[in-house]
Design a protein around this ligand. Structure first.
Ligand code: PMV
Length: 350
């Protein structure tokens, strides 16, 4: 286990070199949802996610000595186009992690990012974006540090820093399952970074599919920062916390024993709870669209009629993630074709 102190480093080589670095990080979909946080990006409850295989952010950075001044100095591009709108969020992130990455001030960063999935498609781009950017910083740190650290340390530090950018980004570092948030019964878990389960995932979950139906493309109705805040005085806060702690244990047991029917129960309950919490907060939000509900009903009907173990989950938006085993892929893809005319992104965990 690492503590916050372990990630504060100050001993670096001074170098006039320019670095040309590239990193890639995946998006992830939560099975047990993170919703609500304490100061310093400490989650209100543990969460568990599948790491996606195809929905990724690739970030390149040219990092040269910062001669102009000794403040944070960078430019952010998206697919080669300068995006000043994105820079305040990144600046805030750099400021927040300065204690753990003081070398940030010694360099000028030209950052260029792209996603393998459509922008504003409702896929958690902030998770993969902050994870990829953090990977770049860790690649740099590894080259300039004079301390000897093993890969486990670097992986945990990547998750630790990415978490400060976006909580769910902490779970976009390792495959195929990540747990973020301290659970008293799971000694290896932490609020500071995500970890892999300490057991083998059941083979039924190998290549488990996630087909993402884009019911609504575009900007989110509620930012996740505002969303997490709604939990602070939520009337169901304590009940929700207890449920998430319990569901974390249950889902991990299921990921070990391969009980797909129990998996469906927990995953759908978590998705609906997330939306129920938003519908019952002050102010309240209805993020599902009519088509979201239609799709949910059709998925349940199809499951009842065919016995195929597909299920749905939702993020903080109207899009539907359809999760199903690899053995059912052919029939589920056929069913999805009849289900909607909306764009579908087919991904899987690996
Ligand atoms: O990482 P954030 O702050 O964008 O929060 C993400 C919250 C959910 O996507 C709704 C749930 C989760 O655990 O990913």
């Amino acid at each position: 286990m690492f503590t916050e102190k372990d990630f504060i480093r100050n001993k670096y080589k001074k170098t006039e070199k320019t670095f040309d670095l590239t990193a890639q990080a995946p998006s992830n979909i939560a099975l047990v949802k993170y919703w609500g946080k304490y100061p310093k990006q400490i989650p209100m409850n543990p969460s568990v996610s599948f790491t996606l295989n195809k929905s990724k952010t690739t970030t390149k950075a040219i990092i040269s000595p910062n001669h102009s001044n000794k403040d944070i100095n960078f430019k952010f591009y998206f697919k080669g186009k300068h995006k000043p709108d994105f820079e305040p969020k990144i600046k805030q992130f750099f400021q927040n992690i300065l204690k753990y990455a003081p070398f940030l001030k010694d360099y000028f960063f030209e950052i260029d990012s792209k996603n393998s999935f459509p922008h504003s498609s409702g896929i958690a781009s902030s998770a993969s974006a902050f994870a990829a950017l953090t990977k770049i910083l860790i690649l740099l740190e590894k080259q300039i540090t004079i301390e000897n650290k093993n890969e486990d340390f670097w992986t945990k530090k990547t998750s630790f820093l990415a978490r400060i950018g976006s909580g769910s980004a902490s779970r976009s570092i390792e495959y195929p399952v990540s747990i973020w948030g301290k659970h008293p019964n799971l000694k290896y878990t932490s609020d500071l970074y995500a970890v892999k389960p300490d057991f083998e995932i059941h083979p039924i979950f190998n290549n488990y599919n996630d087909s993402i139906i884009l019911v609504e493309e575009g900007q989110k109705q509620v930012s996740s920062t505002a969303g997490h805040k709604l939990m602070e005085n939520h009337p169901y806060k304590n009940i929700r916390k207890q449920q998430a702690f319990d569901n974390t244990i249950k889902i991990l047991e299921i990921l070990k024993n391969g009980n797909v029917v129990d998996f469906i129960d927990i995953v759908e309950q978590e998705a609906l709870t997330l939306h129920a919490l938003m519908m019952t907060s002050t102010p309240n939000y209805i993020l599902m669209q009519a088509e979201t509900l239609q799709i949910i009903h059709s998925i349940r009907k199809y499951r009842e009629q065919t016995g195929v173990n597909l299920c749905f989950t939702l993020d903080a938006g109207a899009n539907v993630h359809v999760l199903y085993p690899e053995i059912n892929k052919i029939e589920v893809l056929k069913f999805l074709e009849t289900l909607t005319t909306k764009k579908i992104i087919h991904d899987n965990i690996s």
